[in-house]
Design a protein around this ligand. Structure first.
Ligand SMILES: *Cc1c(COP(=O)(O)O)cnc(C)c1O
Length: 362
């Protein structure tokens, strides 16, 4: 064995050595419909103004306190009065901060989530040293409440993650089910509502924070059109938020992100209008796809569609040959057999996708 192999074996955790790297495919030359990005750029006048603001950013100092950005987030994004937020380098970072804060050194703490769901929940649990428990969804992607409540009683999870709407299924779980989960957790567990797609679903638990001291509501600006700046935020009862704040690296949101986010929050109407366009485009594309023989399109409240075909691997390979990149979900979970996930994009890219998809079915 080489020196480096020996070194790695002696130092890096076995469970980390055993897994693969999170793979981000190289999309140059492809129509990129695999990551739920907003395809629209900012209008030119806003880009010019943003350039001026960024030029004035103080790069030689560590980021100052996030007070002004946090105040803008709270004011513009519906955080209840008296509630604060924690900002993260994307909501991915917030997920791992929660896991880090809740992992226990005595008994292995549990992070529970319905599956199929967002992959970072299981990863963050693993890296923090928590056990991940996945509870299968029903075939129609609703929560299997008997199974959820039984798993909560059995595993006593410190954290339950619910993506609202869920990724990759696109549906909103019934709010009555979520209320039952919050009640079942009581003071022994925190329910985290991951509202990454809230700009599209326009339904949220944010306003219900004062009713539930064991609720965390997490969101991101990524799907709204700012995936590149990496900014997520979450809110919860102040005393709980204070605990999680302790594990946040002090300078986790950089100055350029702060300046850009504050500027763009002044122009939220532009981004919200883009989200409205994508919502209409989603419904139009869904209707078009559903009319194709052998194709099932599942209802979506997000900026992507989950589609079942006869042979997902074959369709995916053919789409790649058409230079169209989407996500094959077939291997993720049994309920996703032969399912593909495609981001909704501009009318031009949606047409391009539709034509390539139709050609790939034969
Ligand atoms: C995309 C996505 C995120 C990640 O958001 P970032 O802020 O870009 O890290 C979180 N949760 C769900 C359910 C997502 O689909």
């Amino acid at each position: 064995m080489s020196f480096l192999d020996q070194l790695i074996q002696n130092t890096v955790r076995p469970d980390v050595r055993a897994i693969g790297t999170y793979h981000v495919p190289d999309a140059s030359g492809y129509v990129k419909l695999d990551a739920m990005e907003n395809p629209y750029l900012l209008p030119q006048h806003l880009r010019d103004e943003l350039g001026v603001r960024l030029a004035d950013a103080v790069l030689n100092r560590y980021p100052p306190s996030y007070a002004s950005l946090k105040a803008a987030v709270c004011a513009k994004l519906g955080v209840p009065a008296g509630y604060d937020v924690i900002l993260g380098n994307g909501s991915d970072e917030l997920i791992s901060l929660l896991a880090m804060a809740c992992a226990s050194q005595q008994r292995r703490a549990v992070l529970l989530a319905p599956v199929p769901g967002f992959v970072m929940y299981a990863r963050s649990a693993q890296f923090a040293g928590m056990d991940f428990v996945g509870v299968p969804l029903n075939d129609d992607f609703t929560l299997d409440m008997d199974a959820m409540l039984a798993a909560i009683a059995q595993h006593r999870p410190a954290l339950v993650f619910l993506a609202y709407p869920n990724n990759p299924t696109g549906n909103l779980f019934a709010s009555a089910d979520i209320e039952r989960i919050l009640a079942a957790l009581g003071e022994s567990g925190i329910a985290v509502l991951d509202e990454a797609y809230e700009p599209f679903a326009q339904q949220s638990f944010m306003r219900r924070l004062p009713d539930h001291e064991n609720l965390v509501v997490m969101r991101t600006v990524s799907k709204l059109g700012l995936a590149g700046i990496r900014l997520g935020y979450m809110s919860a009862a102040p005393a709980l938020l204070e605990q999680i704040e302790k594990v946040r690296p002090p300078y986790n949101v950089n100055v350029l992100t702060q300046v850009a986010a504050e500027f763009l929050l002044e122009h939220l109407d532009v981004l919200n209008a883009q989200a409205d366009l994508l919502n209409s485009a989603r419904d139009a594309l869904a209707a078009q796809l559903a009319a194709l023989p052998g194709v099932t399109v599942f209802p979506s409240k997000a900026n992507f569609l989950l589609i079942r075909v006869a042979d997902a691997d074959d369709v995916c390979a053919k789409l790649l040959a058409h230079r169209v990149l989407i996500k094959n979900m077939s291997k993720m979970h049994a309920v996703l057999a032969n399912c593909l996930r495609v981001s909704v994009s501009t009318p031009e890219e949606n047409t391009l996708f539709y034509d390539a998809f139709k050609a790939s079915l034969v």
